[in-house]
Design a protein around this ligand. Structure first.
Ligand code: GDP
Length: 376
């Protein structure tokens, strides 16, 4: 009998049998199958161009990946998709949690899809880094839209700084456009910096607000209001209609105090109900009017060009920052320099100068080492 403690006299009546050895692995064929077949850059581009949603999703996953080998493929795919991108209307939609973004985007989406075409809903949520995965842009929040055959819904990328998250969303826009999506919604929580990021990649910025307790203008950052091409007051239904209209009047007079926007367009304030689908058509008629206006006066093209330039500089800034802070020597020195500044041994500027000098020297040294390695 097998030597097992429970086979002792005390456990009489029980017999523990010897177990069997686990086979070392399942069929090697199956193991191999478990790996996703690797697509080449041209597979991705071709799939995207054909509007293949599975391939598009996989490419977006590469864009979001932090692994250098994924990034390398992603950047090549983006570059090859670029000539087919740009042909869409990009609308930013912002509002505090509870303002009714998901309810509204569901209805807005179905409304714009009635005219044909394809809609991608993307999101930028800076908090997603902490919460490990964003709820913005989540399919389950947009019940009807998520099952529509012409929609593509993607939650916010979750890793990295706001700048990094925003860049990934911007790159995803390019892939979606190359896949034939001619309407793009970019959703964000209306609480701060992420609006600036969204504003830098959309043609139209829609701010969803609620009628509140009479002081609805409080708590909205002036900067966010200034970016809005339209402010729409949601939940104008039932006994809330009057309050929504009152809020609209207050927003209108507040907007008058801002300098006129560069586009020449006068930002509108409207009321609607996402839940009951009241006033939604009027909002999109107004947005159509905006696009006709800015295409005609040249602002549409101008703004897209400005955005392209902005992203070039953003990208440089991000990479320089990354390279600096990820440098092992710098990472080692930072804390000590910080302390020296706090002890008033050196000024902040001198500390910065010394760190940068070290970094430049490191860079030269590192580069020469790399050159040597290449030469040898
Ligand atoms: P989000 O957090 O901005 O995405 O907001 P949700 O779309 O989840 O909406 C928050 C709550 O407001 C939900 O309980 C919705 O049912 C409700 N809601 C959204 N739109 C409307 C509306 O037009 N009228 C009314 N009465 N309620 C609404």
């Amino acid at each position: 009998m097998m030597n097992h403690p429970e086979n002792s006299e005390a456990y009489k009546g029980l017999t523990v049998n010897a177990g069997i050895e686990q086979p070392t692995s399942v069929s090697p064929y199956l193991v191999k199958r478990r790996h996703r077949p690797t697509l080449t850059v041209s597979d991705y581009v071709e799939g995207i161009r054909k509007g293949n949603i599975t391939v598009l999703s996989q490419a977006v996953t590469l864009v979001e990946s932090v692994r250098p080998e994924h990034q390398a493929i992603a950047q090549e795919v983006i570059e090859k998709c670029l000539p087919y991108a740009g042909n869409s209307v990009r609308i930013g939609i912002s509002g505090v949690p509870g303002a009714g973004k998901s309810t509204s985007i569901d209805v807005f989406g179905l409304h714009v899809l009635q005219q044909g075409g394809k809609l991608a809903v993307l999101a930028i949520d800076p908090s997603s880094e902490r919460s490990k995965g964003s709820i913005l842009g989540d399919k389950t929040r947009m019940e009807k839209l998520s099952v529509h055959p012409s929609s593509f819904i993607r939650p916010s990328p979750s890793a990295g700084s706001l700048g990094g998250v925003a860049r990934k969303t911007r790159e995803t826009i390019i892939l979606c456009e190359a896949a034939g999506f001619d309407k793009i919604f970019v959703e964000t929580v209306g609480v701060g910096q992420s609006e600036t990021a969204v504003h830098s990649m959309v043609d139209f910025f829609l701010l969803i607000q609620l009628a509140g307790t009479g002081d609805e203008l409080q708590g909205i950052k002036r900067g966010i209001m200034e970016m809005a091409d339209a402010i729409v007051i949601n939940k104008a239904d039932g006994d809330n209609v009057e309050r929504a209209q009152l809020a609209a009047t207050q927003f209108r007079s507040a907007l008058h105090l801002f300098p006129p926007p560069e586009s020449g367009w006068t930002p509108r304030v409207m009321t609607y109900s996402g839940f009951y689908n009241i006033g939604v058509a009027a909002i999109f008629d107004m947005i159509d009017e905006y696009f006709a206006f800015v295409r005609q006066n040249g602002y549409f093209r101008y703004r897209r060009n400005e955005q392209s330039k902005y992203w070039m500089y953003e990208s440089i800034n991000e990479q320089l920052r990354d390279s600096f802070y990820h440098n092992p020597l710098i990472a080692q020195m930072l804390e000590a320099q910080e302390e020296r500044v706090l002890r008033a041994e050196i000024t902040s500027f001198v500390a910065a100068r010394q760190l940068l000098d070290t970094y430049y020297k490191e860079l030269q040294h590192g580069t020469s080492k790399l050159h040597r390695a290449n030469r040898d």
